[in-house]
Design a protein around this ligand. Structure first.
Ligand SMILES: C[S@@+](CC[C@H](N)C(=O)[O-])C[C@H]1O[C@@H](n2cnc3c(N)ncnc32)[C@H](O)[C@@H]1O
Length: 257
C-alpha cells in the first residue's frame, strides 16, 4: 500500500516552479487517482519546462496527457509584476522530457500552444485530473477552470497551483459551483494547492490524503501566509503607517467598543 514515506520526490527530474510540499501533494493525488481508476487522463495548463508533467509522463497508468501553454514571453500576475519566460516552447519542453522517459511515454503528450478560452473542447478526451498553473491572474484562473470543467469527467479532480495568488479567481469558481448546485468537495494542500473534487471522486477520504493533511497541512497554511509578507511590510512602511493611523483615528476605526 502507498504511504507518504514511499512517495519519492526524485521523480521530479525536470526543473519545476513548485516547492517540495507542492510536489508531494501532487504525488499524493496522483497515487490516489491511479489506485482508484487504474488508468487515467491528465491535463495541465501551464507546463513551461515540463517539471510538473514528468511524473505523469513516466506513469504507465496515465494514458493520455494534454499540455496547454500559451508559450508567450511575458506573463501577467496578480502580484503586479510581469514575469518573463525566455525561450519558452513546447519543443524545448519535449526535448527536456525526452531525457527522462521513453519515446512511447513521450508520445502520450499532446502539446497545445494556446489559451483556454480559445480552445475547442471537442478535441479533448475525458479528463480525470487537471492542474491549473498558467497565468497567475484571477481572470485566467477562472477561464482555465471553465475549460477543465467542460472537458473533465463528472468524478474528476481539478487542482490550482499558486492558490495564494489567484484566490479571488478560485473564490469565483466556488461561488459558481455552489450557484449551479454542483456536487463537489474543496480543500487546501501544502504548500499552495487548492483541490476541487467533483461529484463522487472523494479522494479526500483516502488514507494517503488524510495522512498528508495531518502531517503537513499546517505547513501550507503558514507558507501561503508568508507569501503575503512583502505586501504587509510595504503597507507598514512609515508614510503608509502614519496615513493609516491618521485615517483610523479620524474614522474611529482604532476604537474598540
Ligand atoms: C508557472 S509556469 C508553469 C510551471 C510548471 N507547471 C512547473 O511547475 O514546472 C507558467 C506557464 O504558463 C504559461 N502561460 C502563461 N499564461 C498562460 C495562459 N493564459 N494560458 C496557458 N498558459 C499560460 C507560461 O507560458 C508558462 O510556461
Amino acid at each position: 500500500m502507498t504511504t507518504l514515506d514511499t512517495l519519492c520526490l526524485d521523480v521530479y527530474k525536470v526543473t519545476s516552479q513548485t516547492s517540495d510540499n507542492d510536489r508531494l501533494s501532487l504525488l499524493v493525488l496522483q497515487a490516489c487517482i491511479r489506485e482508484s481508476l487504474g488508468t487515467y487522463a491528465y491535463l495541465e495548463i501551464g507546463s513551461y519546462l515540463g517539471g510538473t508533467l514528468l511524473p505523469f509522463v513516466q506513469d504507465q497508468h496515465c494514458q493520455c496527457i494534454y499540455s496547454i501553454d500559451k508559450r508567450g514571453m511575458l506573463q501577467h500576475d496578480e502580484r503586479g509584476v510581469v514575469y518573463s519566460y525566455i525561450a519558452n516552447s513546447s519543443r524545448r519542453m519535449l526535448d527536456g522530457l525526452s531525457r527522462h522517459c521513453s519515446r512511447e511515454d513521450l508520445d502520450k503528450v499532446r502539446c497545445i500552444d494556446g489559451i483556454s478560452r480559445e480552445l475547442d473542447t471537442a478535441q479533448f478526451e475525458p479528463i480525470d485530473f487537471c492542474l491549473i498553473d498558467g497565468e497567475h491572474t484571477d481572470q485566467s484562473a477562472w477561464e482555465d477552470f471553465q475549460l477543465c470543467l467542460h472537458v473533465s469527467r463528472p468524478d474528476s479532480v481539478i487542482v490550482f497551483h499558486d492558490a495564494d495568488i489567484v484566490y479571488k479567481g478560485i473564490g469565483r469558481v466556488i461561488q459558481y459551483l455552489e450557484d449551479q448546485t454542483y456536487s463537489f468537495n474543496a480543500y487546501h494542500l501544502p504548500d499552495v494547492l487548492f483541490v476541487i473534487e467533483l461529484g463522487e471522486s472523494n479522494y479526500f477520504r483516502h488514507a494517503l490524503v488524510q495522512e498528508h493533511i495531518l502531517k503537513n497541512g499546517f505547513r501550507g497554511y503558514l507558507s501561503s501566509l508568508e507569501h503575503t509578507e512583502p505586501f504587509r511590510r510595504f503597507y507598514n512602511t512609515l508614510p503608509f503607517k502614519i496615513l493609516r493611523n491618521v485615517w483610523y483615528f479620524l474614522c474611529r476605526k482604532n476604537v474598540v467598543p
